[in-house]
Design a binder for this molecule. Structure first.
Ligand code: ATP
Length: 581
């Protein structure tokens, strides 16, 4: 299929503000896509050259793209810059400049989706000495072969600014619709996706081998698994009432990591399925020495730990280990300890279907005693008082609390349910837990803030049933002046002219932005609100956060990993119970 057809599909998607229309446009398009190109189409829709865990990025900054446009159009860099300044979008600039040129262009054979993808992948894989010029030449070469419309989308894609606003759930629904004519395959597609984190691969298998092949998807060393997540309850008593006798483990406050050991090779993935192997050399080394298996996948929480005092460093210290440079120095200064809490695969056996007790038992057999990898501390009890004591002990030690685990539960990739229940510190007069919100726009600010050009953020939670973002708060505190300015600059790069298709809002901010950045906010309580759309149904009002304030900085979560409307509803109910008691 020609890339032009994909560009035309993007054009239609861009013109709509409704998710249902997006779904129809996408599923109609998928029906026409060939088996051997569907994976590439999916990556284009996901706005990535490959899934993040492959660690492959195009790596072209604006200046490089401007040079490529200049080369392809014969215009000077100055002219390209001026056009960019005028239009505010390098994609549009390339479209305009190419339109002018194409009158005199001899039309070469227009490239297919596969050809465009291969060239972009080549650009991504070009590294080392002289790579800047090579990348520019490759992109310029591609731009001379395409129409103005295609150039617009290619340039935006290269810069990571396609901004189509399609989420994975919409893609999965559309794939199902394209193959079986309804959404019934969605859960099978999702299950496979949760096990390999590569939607392109899942779509390829589906298109080439049919729906039955999806059932055979298994965990595989090297392919990150979307992590199982925890629900919340308000007290130890509620936990025992809900799941009875259970295991409770310390909830360490660090970075959740999945360690994949494949004979002599070790890979480390984040909660977001990003490859982080190079950041944690001490864990790579320990995995080789302490994991007694040729192949294994284990999960744990990595925390900077002071061996002298036998104390955890605060999260702010652990997070400094997430860095590309000075890795070796930092690993000596603040070495990590990985508190292992799960085992998902070992030497040919998929453990995800096994009960927690079995997985934990195997984990204990698999980890050799050592300094860097240790087992997460745990108790097993059916006594609320004992559970409460364990919780208090953990709070005293400066951890986040506990995670209670259902003894007979399998590991459900990508699911948040009561197989795991977190119990966190209760802040007096505050919500029991923080909320992760997605920013979808900002207000310019009055008074003192007008100087910064930003006064408050429009924040949403995620509705995973509808695949939409629903507003829950206007957040105007928690950042330093410096960070407000930094954030405005970042948000301006994701500015869009109208409300994004997946955002559901009754409020109109001064500037709409693509739903991209996730922040953790603390609030006093959840209240009903007539102005917010989270939880709103017919005449029933939505929910709002009272006195929301930002904690920290942008989180390493995707917008779809933000707190969901369902969680907010449960937190509201939980708050009611706590108040009553
Ligand atoms: P939070 O911000 O509260 O950590 P989250 O959305 O990142 O929430 P949840 O699934 O809600 O993740 O809470 C479980 C998280 O707690 C895990 O993602 C993991 O990072 C962390 N954790 C720490 N210790 C454990 C443990 N023993 N078992 C499971 N998860 C643990």
């Amino acid at each position: 299929m020609l890339f032009l057809q994909l560009a035309e599909c993007f054009e239609k998607l861009e013109a709509t503000t409704k998710r249902l229309e997006m779904f129809n446009i996408l599923s109609d398009f998928f029906k026409k896509v060939e088996k051997d190109e569907i994976d590439k189409v999916i990556y284009f829709c996901e706005e990535q050259i490959m899934p993040p865990f492959k660690g492959i990025e195009i790596g072209m900054a604006e200046k490089m793209v401007e040079k490529a446009i200049s080369k392809a159009t014969g215009k000077s860099i100055k002219e390209v810059e001026e056009s960019y300044k005028k239009l505010g979008d390098l994609g549009l600039a390339s479209e305009q400049l190419l339109k002018k040129k194409q009158v005199t262009l001899i039309k070469l054979s227009p490239p297919s989706i596969k050809e465009v993808y291969e060239i972009l992948l080549k650009i991504a894989k070009t590294t080392g000495e002289g790579s800047v010029d090579k990348k520019i030449d490759l992109l310029a070469g591609l731009l001379t072969r395409v129409s103005a419309k295609e150039a617009k989308y290619i340039v935006r894609f290269v810069l990571g600014r396609l901004r189509l606003g399609i989420g994975d759930p919409t893609i999965m629904d559309s794939l199902s619709q394209a193959i079986v004519g309804d959404r019934s395959l969605r859960s099978e597609i999702e299950r496979a996706y949760n096990l390999c984190s590569d939607l392109g691969l899942v779509a390829k298998v589906l298109f080439e081998k049919g729906p039955k092949a999806l059932k055979q998807f298994k965990v595989q060393v090297g392919l990150p698994i979307r992590m199982a997540l925890a629900e919340r309850l308000a007290s130890a008593k509620e936990i025992i009432k809900k799941i009875g006798k259970c295991a409770a483990e310390t909830k360490y406050d660090g970075l959740r990591l999945a360690i994949h050991k494949d004979d002599g090779k070790v890979e480390i993935f984040s909660r977001n399925q990003e490859r982080m192997t190079h950041m944690f050399p001490e864990i790579v080394k320990a995995a080789k020495e302490q994991i007694k298996a040729n192949k294994a996948i284990i999960e744990g929480e990595a925390v900077a730990f002071n061996d002298e005092t036998n104390e955890f460093y605060p999260f702010q210290v652990t997070i400094t280990r997430k860095r590309k440079y000075e890795v070796a120095e930092r690993s000596k200064e603040f070495p990590l300890v990985l508190f292992a809490f799960d085992l998902l695969y070992k030497d040919g056996k998929d453990f995800t279907k096994e009960a927690y007790v079995k997985r934990r038992e195997e984990l204990e057999k698999t980890i050799k005693k050592g300094k860097t990898i240790r087992l997460a501390e745990k108790i097993v009890t059916d006594d609320p008082e004992e559970l409460e004591k364990f919780f208090e002990l953990n709070i005293e030690r400066g951890t986040e609390g506990i995670v209670a685990k259902r003894l007979d539960a399998p590991y459900q990739a990508g699911a948040r349910n009561f197989n795991w229940i977190k119990l966190k510190r209760s802040y007096k007069g505050e919500l029991q837990d923080t909320v992760d919100v997605v920013i979808v726009g900002y207000f310019k600010g009055k008074g003192l803030r007008a100087r910064l050009g930003i006064g408050a953020l429009l924040a949403c939670v995620y509705d995973d049933e509808e695949d939409t973002f629903k507003t829950i708060a206007k957040v105007g505190s928690g950042l330093s002046e410096e960070n407000w300015i930094k954030l405005r600059e970042l948000l301006d790069k994701t500015k869009v002219s109208k409300k994004p298709a997946r955002v559901d809002s009754l409020i109109k901010p001064d500037v709409w932005t693509e739903p991209k950045y996730v922040f953790t906010v603390m609030a006093d309580e959840i209240t009903h609100s007539p102005v917010h759309t989270a939880g709103r149904k017919g005449n029933k009002p939505g929910f709002a956060l009272r006195f929301p304030r930002i904690q920290g900085w942008i989180r390493d979560k995707k917008p779809e990993d933000a707190t969901t409307v369902k969680e907010i509803t449960e937190m509201f109910e939980m708050q009611k119970r706590v108040k009553e008691s």
